[in-house]
Design a protein around this ligand. Structure first.
Ligand code: NAD
Length: 486
């Protein structure tokens, strides 16, 4: 088993919490205990982390951009060098298949490098006098101490989305990983020191919702970047409003639609809606879990999708095995949540095309599942399941497809499969979602903003928009008509 840290990382030191509380992690592949010693931050510990970040802020913000970038670039290199170890820590905590190891380093490292390139290069604007005798300057400044609260399904991407733009802009940071997957983030401490970040620039605290809630209501934190469920996101927004009106960005859940038209490339649509959907065992916020298929192609699509999901069952297994493509769900709670959706759907008489049951008798495994024609107001069709469970309905017309696609409180991802680019672009404009993917399962890119609308949240991460979220905008007006005193 990989070595890991269970202490928090504050002011460049690993320290135990001042509580006697600790969290346990069980390996979701076999239910074995990984550790019962993950520290739970007390309000005193959180204050210590915030104080360290506040103390570090003026000098970090004043460093030449190239020096901030040097730490970030070194950290990116270290993420890649330690990718296998970091992947093992995700694997034993939340079931990430170990074959994804390279991706654990590569994707986040690319984000760190992308944002490092902006350090010291955040340009402002100027406006000449326009008959008002005033020269105007708009400049962008760091916010101060920022905090990130993450979900468990992609810790390293979420950490990079939040910390890298914040640090490039000159902010300092307190990061709280999910209580389900804290080990990879806790391993950052040594890498942070080796990368040369001064003490207090990045701090990592651990614990569950109460620790997140304390961060959200902290008076010295200028921004919370939150990724998680809509319920917790709402609580974060309320806490921010009740405390110091800190900035909040919310990356919340999804129930993303996938629209497949008669003229779509069938094999591409099947591949994207099976292996594309089943990445991370369906535990991806933008996974297109509501598949809508036009009637003319439906019979053939359903036949091929069934075959692909049956095959996928055989690729599911122990996350530490080099032959496993699909791991377990993150933990027992997530397993029970997904099973309760399936039991509910079966009790309502929803047809199970494939799967529908637990896989094996240990670990948090649920068979890759397709539910056929669940009622549009059923729980499985309206609520985020966050597992390998896909709902499929058919439609006749574009209008009907758009109505079904938008009939959700969420608005994160979406996909359209068609060989008619005019139709794809026409519908892309009508879909209520932060992202639209045409003829592909959704992927993220370092260059483009990522985020949702409706109850999938607001604010954007990734791309230049991700950087803007960590900046105060200051406007300076200079009166040009005051004569110089001599
Ligand atoms: P969750 O809301 O239970 O927990 C997320 C984080 O919030 C954890 O760190 C948790 O400790 C913390 N938290 C819980 N209650 C809190 C509170 N009251 N105040 C502050 N922090 C609190 O979510 P989860 O089960 O860990 O993750 C799954 C959810 O995350 C899904 O809804 C998924 O769609 C969403 N998600 C969204 C994105 C995105 O970018 N939109 C990415 C990944 C996951």
């Amino acid at each position: 088993m990989a070595e890991f840290q269970t202490n928090q990382f504050i002011n460049n030191e690993y320290v135990p919490a001042t509580t006697n509380e600790a969290l346990s992690i069980f390996n979701p592949s076999d239910d074995s205990l990984v550790t019962d010693a993950v520290q739970v931050a007390s309000p005193t510990d959180i204050d210590a982390a915030v104080t360290a970040a506040k103390r570090a802020f003026p000098s970090w913000a004043a460093l030449p951009g190239r020096d901030r970038a040097a730490c970030m670039l070194k950290f990116a290199d270290l993420l890649e060098q330690h990718a296998e170890r970091l992947a093992k820590l995700e694997s034993i905590a939340m079931g990430l298949p170990i074959i994804a190891a390279a991706g654990v380093g590569r994707g986040p490292a690319a984000l760190w490098r992308f944002y490092a390139s902006y350090a010291g290069r955040i340009a402002g604007e100027s406006y000449p006098p326009d008959g008002d005798g005033t020269y105007k300057i708009v400049q962008y400044e760091p916010l101060g101490v920022c905090a990130g609260i993450a979900a468990w399904n992609a810790t390293h991407v979420l950490a990079a989305w939040k910390m890298a733009p914040a640090l490039a802009a000159g902010n300092t940071f307190v990061f709280k990983p999910s209580e389900k997957s804290p080990l990879g983030a806790l391993a950052y401490g040594d890498l942070i020191k080796e990368a040369g970040f001064p003490p207090g620039v990045i701090n990592i605290v651990t614990g569950a919702g109460s620790v997140g809630a304390h961060l959200a209501s902290h008076m010295q934190i200028a921004k919370i970047a939150f990724t998680g469920s809509a319920a917790a996101g709402r609580a974060v927004q309320i806490a921010a409003a009740r405390s110091n009106l800190k900035h909040v960005s919310l990356e919340l859940g999804g129930k993303s639609p996938s629209l497949i038209f008669d003229d779509a490339d069938l094999d591409n649509a099947v591949e994207a809606n099976s292996s594309g959907f089943l990445r991370n065992t369906g535990q991806i916020c933008f996974a297109a879990s509501r598949v809508l298929v036009q009637e003319g192609i439906a019979a053939e699509f359903v036949k091929k999708l069934k075959f692909a999901f049956e095959n996928a069952s055989g690729k599911m297994g122990d996350a530490s095995s080099a032959t496993t493509a699909i791991g377990p769900l993150a933990d027992r709670a997530q397993f029970e949540r997904v099973m309760s959706f399936l039991e509910g759907a079966k009790a309502e008489g929803t047809e199970v095309l494939v799967g529908g049951n637990r896989l094996g008798d240990k670990g948090a495994f649920v068979q890759p599942t397709v539910l056929l024609n669940p009622a549009v107001d059923s729980r499985v069709f309206t609520e985020e399941i966050f597992g390998p469970v896909l709902c499929l309905r058919t439609f006749k017309t574009e209008e009907e497809a758009i109505g079904l696609a938008n009939g959700t409180e969420y608005g994160l991802g979406s996909a359209i499969y068609t060989s008619d680019i005019s139709r794809a672009l026409r519908l892309a404009g009508k879909i209520e979602a932060g992202t639209v993917s045409i003829n592909a399962a959704f992927n993220t890119s370092i260059h483009t903003p990522f985020g949702g609308i409706k109850q999938s949240g607001y604010g954007r991460e990734s791309g230049i928009e991700g950087l803007r979220g960590y900046l105060n905008i200051k406007t300076i007006h200079v009166n040009l008509n005051v004569p110089k005193r001599t």
